[in-house]
Design a protein around this ligand. Sequence first.
Ligand code: ZN
Ligand code: ZN
Length: 350
Amino acid sequence: MTVKAYGAYAGNLPLESMDITRRVPGEHDVQIEIAYCGVCHSDIHTVRAEWAGTLYPCVPGHEIVGRVSAVGACVSGFKMGDLVGVGCIVDSCKHCEECDAGLENYCDHMVGTYNGPTKDAPGHTLGGYSQRIVVHERYVLRIRHPEAQLAAVAPLLCAGITTYSPLRHWKVGPGHTVGVVGIGGLGHMGIKLAHAMGAHVVAITTSESKREAALKLGANETVVSRNANEMASYAKRFDFILNTVAAPHDLDALFNLLKRDGTMALVGAPATPHPSPQVFNLITKRRSLAGSMIGGIPETQEMLDFCAQHGIVADIEMIRANEINTAYERMLKSDVRYRFVIDCGSLQAG
Ligand SMILES: [Zn+2]
Ligand SMILES: [Zn+2]
């Protein structure tokens, strides 16, 4: 089945309208008419070949929401008309230690929603900037938010789970002081989620102008990291720091904010490395530097249900598919509050 999509034929070319093919649903497949797709920084890195290994044509998009339009004969969990989501993962080996633990995100054979290996044409997966997608039921998520919130649910599928998973893994909750570094697509979700989990949330930003917005998102306090005095006043205050910044930056200034035994988890993926951390900043307080990548399928469902229960969605700006190139330029200038979401209905026009 041929459907409309938006993608690029090379890393130095803008995205444009294209026709792509989706497979006929197999026994375990769910076919989804995509209503909205969020726009993630990984989309830009991949489509512009800033990370190694981009295959073309490249259709990005892994924050997908829509409605089920067909299911395979063996699918029991979903039916026509269900509101569903697809995140960053569309396949994995299904039998390794990680898959058995529901941590498909750490499977060595995890297949990304775009630019991953597949038997389908053209030999690599094509993402959510499209009208339709066909996905094995294991990787399809149920959405329990009201339908009116559907567009704002889309970014939960990557930005939401990427921040939820480390907050849960490091058991953030009441009595904890949590720093969230960077107030963008990921960070704004981190603030909302840590707040809903009952933590005392401190937003850490480079920009004075973001203070008020951070408080509105649910932060209890804000720190401007360029202000050395202010940073010093927060020394040894944090149990946990969720660092969402993808640009290379000085990690040492942030370690000083952690208490003894505190952990800083990195979730941003820089195209070039951070300057190496000072070991002394770690050993003198038994601090940990950690990383976390998206989340497994069961935890993604748990996150969606948690968000539905707490009325949490992303703050979004809706665009038409043909506005994507401009949206990328604005994202690179951090000129979006806080996530662009493509109205995939606009693909019809080509
Ligand atoms: Zn993403
Ligand atoms: Zn596996």
